[in-house]
Ligand binder design. Structure first.
Ligand code: FE2
Ligand code: FE2
Length: 274
C-alpha cells in the first residue's frame, strides 16, 4: 500500500486492516510518520462504522465469554490474557477511530498538535500491549482468536460517534478508567498462581493505562473550556446519556487520582442505584 498522505488517512488504513499483525505494523508506521512530522492531520479519510477484524475470535454476548478460575493450570490464565488481548485490539482501533473521526474537524475545535501526539502515543501503546499479550499467549500454547470474545467496547464507540466530548467522556474516562479498577486484582491472581511473566505484562499495561486516562481527562477538560462547559456536570450528563452500563465500585481512587480524575465527579454514579 502507498504511504498515507495524512494522519487521518493512516488511521483509516489501520481500521481497514483485519489482521492484528497488519494493524500493529500500520500503527507503528503511522505513529513514526506523525512523530517525524512527515504527515499532516487532515485528509479526505472516512472511518468505517466498524473496524475490520480477523475471522476469529467469534464475537458473542458477554455472558458467553469463558471465564475460568485463575490457577496453576493454564486454562484460566489463557482465558484472562485472551480477554485482555481482545480489549487491547479494540483499544488500537478506538484510538485511531478517534483521530480519523474527529481529527478532520480539528480546525473547528481548534485541536492542537499535542492532541494528536497523545492519541498516536496511545495507539502505539495499545499495539505494544497487544503484542506483549500475544507473545505470552504463545508461550502458554495459545493464540488470540482461540476463544470467543465480546463486542461491548465497539458499541461504546458507535454510541459516541457524533461528538468528541461524548467519546472522551465514555472511552477513556469510563472504560479505560474501569481497567484501572480491575487490573490490580488480576495481577494479584496471576502472581498467586505463580505466573510472574503474565503479572509483569499486566503491570506494564497498568502503568501506561494511567497515562491514557490522564490524556482523556486532559482533553475532556480542554474541550469543556473551549466550549464553555463545566467539566464535572458535563461528564455526568454525557455518561448518563451514552453509557448504558453501571459504573461499578470499588474504584481505584489512587490510580484515578494519578490520572487527574476527581472522586467527587465519578463517585456521583455510585449513589444512583443503577
Ligand atoms: Fe492498553
Ligand atoms: Fe489504553
Amino acid at each position: 500500500m502507498a504511504a498515507a498522505r495524512s494522519l487521518a488517512e493512516a488511521a483509516v488504513s489501520v481500521l481497514a486492516a483485519a489482521e492484528p499483525l497488519e494493524k500493529l505494523r500500520l500503527t507503528e508506521a503511522a505513529d513514526a510518520a506523525w512523530r517525524d512530522g512527515r504527515i499532516a492531520v487532515t485528509g479526505d479519510a472516512e472511518p468505517p462504522d466498524r473496524p475490520a477484524r480477523p475471522v476469529r475470535p467469534a464475537l458473542v454476548p458477554p455472558r458467553e465469554v469463558p471465564r475460568r478460575r485463575i490457577g496453576p493450570a493454564p486454562g484460566g490464565r489463557i482465558a484472562l490474557l485472551h480477554a485482555v488481548a481482545h480489549i487491547e485490539l479494540n483499544a488500537i482501533d478506538l484510538a485511531w477511530d478517534l483521530i480519523a473521526r474527529f481529527g478532520p474537524n480539528a480546525a473547528e475545535d481548534g485541536l492542537p498538535r499535542d492532541f494528536f501526539d497523545d492519541w498516536c502515543r496511545v495507539a502505539a501503546d495499545e499495539a505494544r500491549h497487544f503484542a506483549l499479550l500475544s507473545a505470552r499467549l504463545a508461550e502458554l500454547g495459545a493464540a488470540y482468536g482461540d476463544l470467543p470474545a465480546h463486542d461491548g467496547l465497539w458499541e461504546a464507540a458507535q454510541t459516541t460517534a457524533d461528538d468528541l466530548l461524548a467519546r472522551l467522556a465514555v472511552v477513556p474516562l469510563v472504560l479505560e478508567a474501569r481497567g484501572l479498577d480491575v487490573t490490580p486484582g488480576m495481577i494479584d491472581k496471576l502472581r498467586r498462581a505463580g505466573d510472574e511473566a503474565s503479572a509483569g505484562i499486566l503491570e506494564v499495561i497498568y502503568r501506561e493505562e494511567i497515562t491514557h486516562v490522564a490524556a482523556g481527562e486532559r482533553w475532556f477538560a480542554w474541550l469543556c473550556r473551549r466550549r464553555d462547559h463545566e467539566p464535572g456536570p458535563t461528564w455526568k450528563a454525557l455518561v448518563g446519556q451514552h453509557f448504558k452500563g453501571a459504573l461499578k465500585p470499588p474504584f481505584n481512587d489512587e490510580a484515578r487520582r494519578a490520572a487527574g480524575m476527581s472522586p467527587d465527579v465519578y463517585g456521583y454514579f455510585t449513589g444512583l442505584g443503577s
